[in-house]
Design a protein around this ligand. Sequence first.
Ligand code: PHE
Length: 457
Amino acid sequence: MKNASSHKQPGVRDSFGSSFGVLVALAGSAVGLGNLWRFPYLVGQNGGAAFILIYLVFVCLLGLPILLSEFIIGRRSQASARAAYKTLAPGGSWGFAGILAIVCCTLILSFYSVVGGWGIDYLFKAVRFDFTRESGAPLDTMFSTFSTSTWRPLICHTIFLALTAGIVISGVKNGIEKFSKVMMPVLFLIILGIAIRSLTLPGGGAGVDYLFKPDWSKVTTDTFLAALGQAFFSLSLGSGMVITYGSYVKKDANILSLGAQTALADTVFALIAGCAIMPAVFAFGISPGEGPGLVFITLPHIFGQLPLGGVIAIFFFVALLLAALTSSISVMEVIVAFVIEEFKMKRRTAVIVVTLSIWALGCLCSLSLGAVDGLKLFGKTIFDLFDFVSANVLMLIGGLIVVLFVGWKLGKKDVHDELTNGGKLPIPEWFIDLLLFLLRFVAPAAILIIMIFQLLK
Ligand code: PHE
């Protein structure tokens, strides 16, 4: 293997300024709609605490090792998703994995920015106290009326994408790092506040039991599939994100501790989001299995019945929007870094080109939900198709290639070198052996089993 840092042009590549900055940017990417919207509804659909326990096992056994692998690829190569593979394995066809990652991020950002746009619309609604006004729009049909209309979702999608582009255009240290440093702690406090309010609601105790007392009789193979899929989506694995951010991490940073802290922060956020939503769901007699509409359909009802609900709604949707933004900037950065390095474009031009492309694809996603008939492929709306192909196919294939690459192609010396910073950090030998075992055998087997189950379904 060629020493990757020789590829680096000093002073040209941006990097994170401080290790706290790296941590909040990584955690900012991981914590997003996956935690606030996807995790609670999956917990609700999959029987509560048992799902959470399985999810936690997957995060530790697979999520963290894959996160570390992507970190190793990114920091060792100091290059964006595709160039990273080409730097570490010149002449091979591994660079293909980078292309998959770019396609994956393009699809993710297209529908993610539509959902981010919904967050903006709901924030407007919250500010107008639409959820709590007696004479406001009917709550039952509010979401479906909005999401299937033409212009409003498109305008909100445009605003969300413009906000994302505005942050990414400012670069890594001044844009992404500065934004996340302020916003992640704010987000944490808002969600924590809502969780405390929810936990102290009369009748919320049933929700706490649901979250923390496992009922193993409800566990099926689907529970395992859902939990692994969620671990991938929530930790942003297999999308090239950690490779790209890892490439901005300094050579003296401790990537094991950064990876562990990112996984921990992501998990804590998901659990707090569960505590914010489930007790309220139970306190107001709503079905936990409500599905993907849980946040947008159910919560406004809850806000309507809470003391000070109108104000809590504003806080909640501010938090949702911040979480979505710190994730969407990371997805856009993967594509922008690729365009800058492959086409030698200036950051500003790259951001504009990427934003316009994603905007067009996002419009298709949004319109396919009802405004325009026939925007369907393979029997799915464009929105569902992009969601399905990115999260259920490309991320898993991406993760599989990552573990095979680090486990078999790079091997022990590179892993040891990166984790210990060339022998400077005291990381025990057994830990590296265990990691390699997980990467070589356990992770590929688990991912393949998941994919085969999905194909058979
Ligand atoms: N992890 C993010 C979330 O939970 C989504 C994401 C996926 C971000 C892939 C970056 C890359 O919302």
